[in-house]
Write a protein that binds this ligand. Sequence first.
Ligand code: SIN
Ligand code: FE2
Length: 199
Amino acid sequence: MHATVRGFEIYKGYLDAAAQAGLVADIRHVAESAPMFSPETPYGKPMSVRMTSAGSVGWYADRSGYRYAPTHPSGVDWPPIPDAVLTLWHELTGVKHPPDCCLINYYGEGARMGMHQDKDEADFKWPVLSVSLGDAGLFRIGNTTRGGKTESLWLDSGDVVVMGGDARLTYHGVDRIRFGSSSLLPKGGRINLTCRVVR
Ligand code: SIN
Ligand code: FE2
């Protein structure tokens, strides 16, 4: 099913169980060489979400700010973006240019992500593709400026969202997850992948 909410293209149930399990295996493989970590925000508080990346650059945060880094904090290169993710990107965005970064976020029990814009990339003409796996997450969509009325919807395992066009700089966040609502990840939790063209 396809719906548009404030310019975000929502593809409910886009990935079947086999595709979801395949992506989880791919992500596990990425995390073996580039382990998940909790970045510190510029305010000095660790984020509740754990993350890593695949691609030529990875998203990183510390006290000096948010940016894309050429290597994992351990010094190793970020692993390549899995083929299945690249296929999804081309299929749903229609963009020929490949993404430079696939950010992998893991939400354990109690993790959340505050309202923000994705704006660390050089050119906002490229869309962002977001894939949800595992436990359901309550996704909040706001406006292109901070504040104002928002709309929330549950993103379930296998749902894919394209954030592009006029909605590319729309504020969004995850208020909470429904821990244990999916059996995809043996230990529970939610994974979200976001692919971006960075340069
Ligand atoms: C993000 O905005 O980086 C994550 C969105 C999500 O977890 O659904
Ligand atoms: Fe985001």
